[in-house]
Design a protein around this ligand. Structure first.
Ligand SMILES: [Zn+2]
Length: 247
């Protein structure tokens, strides 16, 4: 048996306490919306954490303050479309995570230790060519917090130790898990379109078409019509384990 097969990949669909941590309002929906809806349908408790206020997502600089309020309402509406769940805003400025990395890490530790989830979802910070610093920084902070949340002397001001959750990366180049979302894919798109400040026409048509074609490709890999893809790892994969990328 190859060494990489000795560490089992956690079963994402068996998770019942789920924490989805996004850099911006809309990322959880784009990356994992159909899977989150499916988990909720299976009885899971899903809570959202959004790290930044989304204030940079406009070409009109003068809109900044009203956009923050709009994006709050859009995020709440998206969660309602997917079946409901808690929402925790960490309050960092959009594009501001890189410069406040230490503070972000503490906030993420606190969010994970407060929720004590079975699994944490976030963007894959190792996706090649990912240009957005908030996505790279958030993904690394969540990875650190997942792998260290059970150590009481790491980030002791951010709550007591918890059982280490699994991590499920969306937006990943090396998926190891495909979730059949044939029944919830349209719900994902409806949730995405509540983020109307980000996805006006014709972007809705173009992005919706792309995501459907891509979901069909992931689905073909799994023998289903439509799928979302994740890289799911246990805490044991996250330290000193050179095969993690191909696990
Ligand atoms: Zn984003």
């Amino acid at each position: 048996m190859p060494a990489k097969d000795l560490l089992p990949i956690p079963n994402l669909m068996a998770m019942r306490r789920v924490l989805a941590i996004a850099p911006h309002p809309d990322d959880n929906e784009v990356g994992a919306g159909a899977t989150l809806a499916k988990l909720i349908g299976l009885g899971a408790r899903v809570d959202w954490v959004v790290a930044t206020d989304g204030a940079v997502g406009t070409l009109e600089a003068a809109q900044r303050e009203s956009l923050v309020e709009t994006r709050r309402r859009e995020q709440e509406a998206a969660i309602a479309v997917l079946g409901g769940g808690g929402l925790n805003w960490l309050g960092f400025p959009d594009m501001g995570l890189r410069d406040r990395r230490a503070e972000l890490t503490t906030a993420v530790f606190h969010a994970i230790r407060s929720a004590a989830p079975d699994v944490v979802l976030c963007p894959d910070p190792w996706m090649p060519y990912e240009s957005h610093p908030d996505h790279r920084t958030l993904g690394m902070a969540v990875t650190e917090a997942v792998s260290m949340s059970h150590f009481p002397m790491v980030e002791p001001t951010a709550g007591g130790p918890v059982e280490p959750p699994a991590i499920a990366y969306y937006g990943t180049a090396w998926p190891n898990t495909r979730v059949d979302v044939t029944d919830t894919f349209d719900q994902k798109l409806r949730a995405m379109w509540t983020h109307a400040s980000q996805f006006a026409e014709p972007a809705q048509q173009v992005l919706g078409y792309y995501l459907r074609v891509r979901a069909a490709e992931y689905g073909a890999d799994a023998g289903v019509e439509l799928a979302e893809a994740f890289k799911v790892l246990s805490v044991w994969h996250l330290h000193f384990y050179p095969d993690a990328w191909q696990s």
